[in-house]
Design a protein around this ligand. Structure first.
Ligand SMILES: Cc1cc2nc3c(=O)[nH]c(=O)nc-3n(C[C@H](O)[C@H](O)[C@H](O)COP(=O)(O)OP(=O)(O)OC[C@H]3O[C@@H](n4cnc5c(N)ncnc54)[C@H](O)[C@@H]3O)c2cc1C
Ligand SMILES: *[C@@H]1O[C@H](CO)[C@@H](O)[C@H](O)[C@H]1NC(C)=O
Ligand SMILES: *[C@@H]1O[C@H](CO)[C@@H](O)[C@H](O)[C@H]1NC(C)=O
Ligand SMILES: *[C@@H]1O[C@H](CO)[C@@H](O)[C@H](O)[C@H]1NC(C)=O
Ligand SMILES: *[C@@H]1O[C@H](CO)[C@@H](O)[C@H](O)[C@H]1NC(C)=O
Ligand SMILES: *[C@@H]1O[C@H](CO)[C@@H](O)[C@H](O)[C@H]1NC(C)=O
Ligand SMILES: *[C@@H]1O[C@H](CO)[C@@H](O)[C@H](O)[C@H]1NC(C)=O
Ligand SMILES: *[C@@H]1O[C@H](CO)[C@@H](O)[C@H](O)[C@H]1NC(C)=O
Length: 543
């Protein structure tokens, strides 16, 4: 009773304050939240403006790409960290009502910082779901409900707590937020056996543009299709996913074998391109490629590290490798037999013997200034192509490539089962990165380098369209930043991320969010006709 009364008193106070003076965006928002909020949980303590001492800490906390945190990057008016699903719901209702542009953040790993920086619209606010991290595992029916702000590492840990033989096939990096991660696909070391995280979603709870909370049945087939791979923040805010757990053996095997150019890296990699997409589904061998210095030499070399997980014991793995990929020269002493959860830590790059409990901290292992791009490869790259690639890598300070094999289960889904279209016929995906530590001083140089590399790779990768992974968001492709939601320009990146699925995504967007409430530099645009109809309204995006 007492708290109800003081709640009301606060509300009245807030209302009168804002009536008395010309209100700030924050005040209007708080007022609107108060008006719509259920009175059970207070929201006020979870709003951070630049005046709050902890504002920068909160803004930086999960942001992965320091490139988007430099002082010149646009900053939000405030950050709201909801404590309940209904807080998120009222935040959507109030953003819409007040016409305040919102960004939603789960794990903060967006490559272009779209969850915490808006370059198309000011002012903007961040709805940060970091405190909504429930994970509810049900081993009996092999499923789990996981909340958007949970990290994928927390999900893995909570499964492991209940069972040593259940798992979920999603990202390798354990600090990813499931809210953004699964909306774009979510691949990991079990993708060849079980497909993507998005292929293993059973249900979801989402807030739509009208502020309604919908589950699979209420949202209907189209919207449920769109959110499983159509990219973050275009269709609504995911609150929860219901995922399907998969089975893993008690013993899995991991290894990392490194070859330098001097040790025949080029030939082995040529062979890997032919083998890795067709080998046993239980085996995932990715290749991490970067320059490294060699003892007693001034010039650098290229190292290729074969970093693998096999769902089974070392004996069987050695047989498989001997049959299909003897060129790598894998030996028994390269192999580490371990549990699935420890293999997760191994692949994520934690030192041996790190306790799995580290996953509960949700800490990122990676923070850098970086720019990245992706490609899909459908025919092996010839040796001359690789030689040119080595040359370019050696010219850059800290470049990195990760080649990630497809095939297996990835080929068994059709291109339109979910919006993620990179299926049968894809041999592997390339991720290109360039990292730096010295702020924005030489940023342009690094970005130019990676753009040139991308041009160099054109003849060797997928064409018409040149495919790209939406979870490796890249604002360079096919667009002018300022004109992002222009439908015509969007078709370029839309086809690269989604191929023919882009048209269906646009139709669904037009149906569920015609006013384009959920928008960012590369959100799915509604059809132009609805823009025309709304020409005089607030959400004018097409001239
Ligand atoms: C170090 C690192 C490693 C990575 N490893 C992998 C990997 O192994 N496999 C893989 O598939 N990908 C990987 N990625 C890419 C990753 O999947 C994407 O960046 C993904 O979008 C991150 O989701 P997030 O919630 O952490 O990020 P956020 O930045 O919070 O969100 C990403 C996008 O989704 C939107 N969004 C966030 N939450 C929601 C929500 N609840 N509802 C709707 N939209 C939302 C955001 O607005 C933004 O547009 C990696 C990225 C990094 C930086
Ligand atoms: C932010 O500052 C305001 C004003 O000083 C204060 O009332 C509020 O509690 C602070 N918010 C947080 C999350 O600390
Ligand atoms: C946040 O990150 C930016 C960019 O790295 C840095 O300049 C700033 O000092 C950081 N602030 C805090 C509080 O960590
Ligand atoms: C590098 O040089 C040192 C000293 O000249 C020598 O002891 C060492 O064996 C050399 N290492 C290699 C890998 O050649
Ligand atoms: C590898 O395979 C060959 C035949 O392909 C066989 O002769 C050899 O014994 C195998 N080696 C191991 C270690 O299994
Ligand atoms: C993949 O495509 C190839 C030919 O392009 C075909 O032979 C094969 O059956 C396809 N695989 C699946 C699982 O559809
Ligand atoms: C930036 O690049 C220039 C030219 O390549 C180089 O001389 C300088 O050392 C670089 N600055 C830093 C901080 O690395
Ligand atoms: C954006 O597109 C419109 C027409 O669609 C054009 O007139 C305008 O110049 C473009 N803006 C930029 C910055 O390219």
């Amino acid at each position: 009773m007492v708290s109800q009364v003081s709640y009301l008193a606060t509300l009245v106070l807030l209302l009168s304050v804002s009536l008395a003076s010309s209100s700030s965006i924050e005040e209007n928002f708080i007022q609107c939240l108060s008006f719509h909020s259920d009175k059970a949980a207070p929201f006020y303590p979870s709003i951070y403006t630049p005046k709050n001492a902890s504002f920068n800490n909160i803004l930086n906390s999960t942001a992965q790409n320091l490139r988007l945190l430099v002082p010149s990057a646009p900053k939000p008016e405030f950050i709201f960290t909801p404590l309940t699903d209904s807080h998120v719901q009222v935040a959507v209702i109030c953003s819409k009502k007040l016409g305040i542009h919102m960004r939603v953040r789960s794990g903060g790993h967006d490559y272009e910082g779209l969850s915490y920086v808006s370059e198309i619209e000011a002012p903007f606010i961040i709805i940060d779901l970091v405190k909504l991290c429930g994970v509810d595992i049900n081993i009996d029916d092999k499923s789990a409900w996981i909340q958007a702000g949970a990290t994928i590492g927390e999900v893995y840990y909570k499964i492991y707590e209940k069972s040593a033989i259940h798992a979920f096939p999603a990202g390798l990096c354990t600090s990813l937020g499931v809210g953004g991660h699964i909306t774009g696909g979510a691949y990991g070391s079990m993708m060849r056996k079980y497909g993507l995280g998005a292929d293993n979603v059973l249900d979801a709870r989402i807030i739509d543009a009208n502020g309604n909370i919908l589950d699979k049945e209420a949202m209907g087939e189209d919207l449920f299709w769109a959110i499983r791979g159509g990219g973050g923040a275009s269709f609504g805010i995911i609150l929860w996913w219901k995922i399907k757990l998969v089975l893993v053996p008690e013993v899995v095997t991991v290894f990392t074998v490194t070859k330098t150019i001097e040790q025949g890296a080029t030939k082995v990699l040529q062979r890997w391109q032919e083998v890795a997409p067709y080998i046993d589904d239980a085996l995932f061998i990715r290749v991490i490629i970067q320059p490294a210095s060699v003892a007693n030499k001034t010039e650098r070399t290229i190292t290729t590290s074969y970093n693998a997980q096999f769902l089974g014991g070392a004996d069987r793995l050695l047989q498989v490798m001997n049959e299909s990929f003897p060129e790598l020269g894998l030996t028994r002493k390269d192999c580490l037999e371990t549990s699935w959860i420890k293999s997760v830590l191994y692949i994520a790059g934690y030192p041996n013997n790190t306790p799995p409990e580290i996953l509960l901290e949700g800490k990122p292992t990676f923070k850098n200034y970086f720019k990245a791009k992706s490609d899909f490869v459908r025919e092996p790259i010839p040796e001359t192509g690789l030689q040119g690639l080595w040359q370019r890598l050696l010219e850059e300070d800290s470049p990195l490539m990760i080649w990630n094999p497809y095939g297996g289960m990835m080929s068994k889904f059709s291109e339109s089962d979910i919006p993620f279209p990179h299926r049968n016929g894809t041999l592997y995906k390339i991720q290109y990165l360039t990292l730096w530590q010295d702020g924005d001083k030489n940023a342009t140089k690094h970005v130019e380098w990676i753009r040139n590399l991308y041009n160099y790779m054109t003849p060797f990768v997928s064409k018409s369209p040149r495919e790209a992974y939406v979870n490796y968001r890249d604002l360079d492709i096919g667009m002018n930043k300022k004109n992002s939601t222009n439908y015509i320009e969007a078709t370029t990146w839309g086809n690269m991320y989604f191929k023919d699925n882009f048209n269906r995504l646009v139709k669904i967007k037009t149906k569920v969010d015609p006013e384009n409430l959920f928008r960012h530099e590369q959100s799915i645009p509604p059809l132009p006709v609805s823009h025309m109809r709304l020409r005089d309204k607030k959400f004018k995006t097409l001239e």
